[in-house]
Design a protein around this ligand. Sequence first.
Ligand code: MG
Length: 270
Amino acid sequence: MKYVTFSLPGESTARLGLVRDDMVTEMSAPSLLDLIRFGPERWHQRGEASGAARLSEVRLQAPIPRPLKNIVCLGLNYMSHVRETSQVLQRQAKNPDVPIFFTKAPTAVTGPCDPIPWDRAATEQVDYEVELGVIIGRGGKNISRTDALAHVFGYTIVNDVSARDVQYAHKQWFKGKSLDGFCPMGPVVVTQDEFGDPQSKGISLRIFSVALIIEFLSKGMTIEAGDIIATGTPAGVGLGRTPPEYLKEGDLVEAEIEGIGSLRNRVTAC
Ligand code: MG
């Protein structure tokens, strides 16, 4: 199943919808986060539909517009990105032995078609990172890699927009990754039964699989329903170009993942 969070023209109210072909059917659960937290027995009940609209006529929002916690992110989780980053920073390429976790603030989340606000007083180097987003369905602690994928509700796309100058100036990446609007997400959440094996999709050479990421993350630390994990970017970011090429005002950033769709966000000065 494919879920969206949407609003009708002229309204800001967020609604939960189920997508089939080019139609969206509004569902009775108050939000995607509520549906996830109701538990697995509710996930496959279609519930009452209270209306339908064409997908092209609604405004899509991020699937979880305001996550309860920070988005957990993976740094350097693709060999190709390890190589391109090492070249730019002039250090030896070395794959990490354990996942590099950092987070993005929930206030950074924005919709799949919304502008990426560029505040020139905060950054001069806005870059993009296309990532597979994992939404946890069943929480837990000390989850083994063999059980890990059964804890996943579904998958989405995250653009881990990054202010490179801020990211490197502050040493810890949190601030440079958390500017307002720097986490476009969506356009849909594809449930894990429909999405299938996350390792078989498009991008390969991921260092830590989704199952391993969940095993590492939940070791001694509870993860909860509705938690979001951005699993890292492959090579191809602006930082990795020679010379580095950052986003400019008016640029349209399209982030696409097989089986989910694409995010289309335009950089807009604010
Ligand atoms: Mg990233």
